[in-house]
Write a protein that binds this ligand. Structure first.
Ligand code: SF4
Length: 207
């Protein structure tokens, strides 16, 4: 079985195992997603969703967020720095035309790297330019044999070469679901749905 067909088979099984896999952060417009995505760096999705539930009632526009009070996001890791990035980003958005729909426009904003830009483009605008690689993606894609690297840029490129573009949006959701449920830092390979297709089946270390 070549690399592409092995991946296709793995994805087929993961889709069946996690039929409701979707983006985990709550939002109802691109601005809310931009704010939630900035808050989510090194912070659990449940904590972000709990914070934004109240935050989005109080702050509606980029102009509102340009005056964000850091105490309103104090449950979030690195909240001072993130509040500053949100204020700065939203000052730029307030003076422009809203949330940019290009990789270049997004990555020029404070607090937005390629991963976050991919997330915003895919989930707010359905513009698929790449694959957002987070810690779950790094760990699970490595174990599944999709890459030999731990570098997010190289991992993204390797995945884009292996996986058809039509799957790029769902793949991060599937790997996150699998990384949370089974392929955790210490994986539970014996109950894994893709263990017979995984080159790291039986791994015991957090690699
Ligand atoms: S077999 Fe183990 S290492 Fe491979 S994907 Fe499943 S849980 Fe992860």
């Amino acid at each position: 079985m070549d690399g592409h067909s092995n991946v296709a088979e793995q994805l087929k099984i993961l889709k069946k195992e996690y039929p409701t896999a979707k983006y985990y952060l709550d939002f109802s417009n691109p601005l809310q997603l931009l704010v939630a995505a900035i808050l989510s760096a090194q912070c659990r999705d449940e904590v972000v969703n709990s914070c934004t539930k109240e935050l989005f009632k109080k702050y509606k526009t980029a102009g509102d967020f340009s005056k964000l009070d850091e105490s309103d996001i104090k449950s979030i890791t690195f909240f001072k720095n993130k509040a500053k990035n949100i204020r700065e980003a939203c000052k730029i958005l307030d003076a422009a035309y809203g949330v940019p729909q290009t990789m270049e426009g997004l990555t020029e904003l404070p607090g937005i790297g390629r991963k976050t830009a991919n997330v915003i483009l895919a989930n707010a605008f359905n513009i698929i330019l790449g694959i957002p690689v987070d810690t779950h993606y790094i760990r699970v894609s490595y174990r599944l044999g999709w890459t030999k690297s731990k570098n997010p840029d190289i991992i993204e490129r390797d995945s884009m070469n292996l996986i058809p573009k039509s799957e790029w949006k769902i793949v991060p959701h599937l790997l996150k679901a699998h990384g949370r449920a089974v392929c955790k830092p210490i994986p539970e390979c014996s109950r894994c749905c893709v263990n017979n297709l995984c080159p790291k089946n039986g791994v015991t270390k957090s690699t």
